[in-house]
Design a protein around this ligand. Structure first.
Ligand SMILES: *Cc1c(COP(=O)(O)O)cnc(C)c1O
Length: 339
């Protein structure tokens, strides 16, 4: 797979580190856990969307766009990375933020990612929970075109075949790092939402016959729907890369048992995962995605699904800035002088 035939901007700090987590592995007394630090992609505190934006914004530039639009939840990491990357290449950015949680506290509505969206100069438009936000996005792009702008609309999460190329690239990078390090990867685990990360990874892994199984831990949709979304996008992404048919339906596996009460709401297991990584490894997870994925991995290790002697790679997809939107979920004392 020669990804150099696709237009690409260099926005991310790559390759991201592949690190061992010795204290987490010892605490769980199971497999060796490794972490692929896609929380360290660089732009505006990092995250997985920057890899997708390298390909998406190259297409926007090639089309002569003067403004990019995208949509996401209020605390969207994708929206924040889009705002930062657009600023970096001198394009305006307009964000449609959907209120998926009805949380009204100031931390959630104005801190974390929302604060950074504004800092990067994006304009914001708020929407109540809406069944088809990509239709709202298309309507907003059409309005801008009528005003004489040249809009480029990026679907939620940057998840289309062009965006997913960023994770085909990540699969190549990960396997090459593991080969250099002499690391046999038995399983890759990560959070799956709008599907582009998992679709790109599986297209890359299958396209190069890596023999590495992948597990996506869902944060929103039920298993069947999540797997179908990922499979559809993975098939289209493989075709774009010139390896049509490389991904089989059975290669796409999602576990959606760790969503809890819904997208954007923390769970006790997610809070435990955040505290474990913070206290054992000094690593920050996020409250919406990577914490639920890590909670899933921890639970699967405790249940014996992954065992001693195996090497598991957790792809850290970023989002720690979102923690500041969820401070009250941790129940810490209100001021620094309290014990
Ligand atoms: C968007 C996001 C994900 C999910 O990636 P998708 O490509 O949308 O499936 C995971 N983790 C974080 C922190 C994210 O922001």
């Amino acid at each position: 797979m020669n990804l150099a035939r696709f237009p690409r901007l260099r926005l991310a700090h790559l390759p991201t580190p592949l690190e061992h987590l010795p204290r987490l592995s010892a605490a769980l007394d199971g497999p060796e856990i490794w972490i692929k630090r896609d929380d360290c992609t660089g732009m505006s505190s990092g995250g997985n969307k920057t890899r997708k934006l390298e390909f998406l914004l190259a297409e926007a530039q090639a089309q002569g766009a003067d403004i990019v639009l995208t949509q996401g939840a209020t605390q969207s990491n994708h929206a924040r990375q889009t705002a930062a990357c657009a600023a970096r290449i001198g394009l305006d950015c307009h964000l449609l933020l959907e209120d998926r949680t009805q949380k009204a506290d100031h931390d959630y509505t104005a801190s974390g990612n929302v604060f950074l969206d504004r800092l990067h100069g994006a304009t914001l438009e708020h929407h109540p929970a809406t069944p088809d936000m990509n239709a709202e996005l298309a309507a907003a792009a059409a309005r801008l075109a009528v005003e004489g702008r040249r809009p480029y609309a990026i679907p939620g999460g940057g998840s289309n075949p062009v965006g997913a190329l960023g994770y085909v690239n990540a699969a190549l990078e990960l396997v090459s790092q593991a080969n250099d390090a002499g690391l046999r990867i038995d399983h890759v685990v990560h959070a799956t939402g709008s599907a582009g990360t998992q679709a790109g990874l599986i297209a890359g892994l299958r396209g190069m016959h890596a023999g590495v199984p992948l597990l996506g831990i869902g944060v929103r949709a039920p298993k069947q729907r999540q797997e179908e979304n990922v499979f559809r996008l993975a098939a289209a992404t493989a075709e774009l890369c010139g390896c049509a048919g490389a991904v089989r339906r059975e290669d796409v596996v999602a576990n959606c048992d760790y969503v809890g009460s819904g997208y954007g709401f923390t769970t006790p297991a997610a809070i435990e995962a955040i505290q474990m990584l913070a206290r054992l490894e000094g690593i920050l997870l996020d409250p919406v995605y990577s914490s639920k994925a890590m909670a899933g991995l921890i639970d699967l290790v405790r249940r014996g699904e992954f065992s001693r002697g195996q090497n598991i790679v957790f792809v850290h997809t970023g989002g720690s800035v979102g923690l500041f939107g969820y401070v009250r979920d941790f129940g810490f004392p209100p001021d620094a002088t309290a014990p």
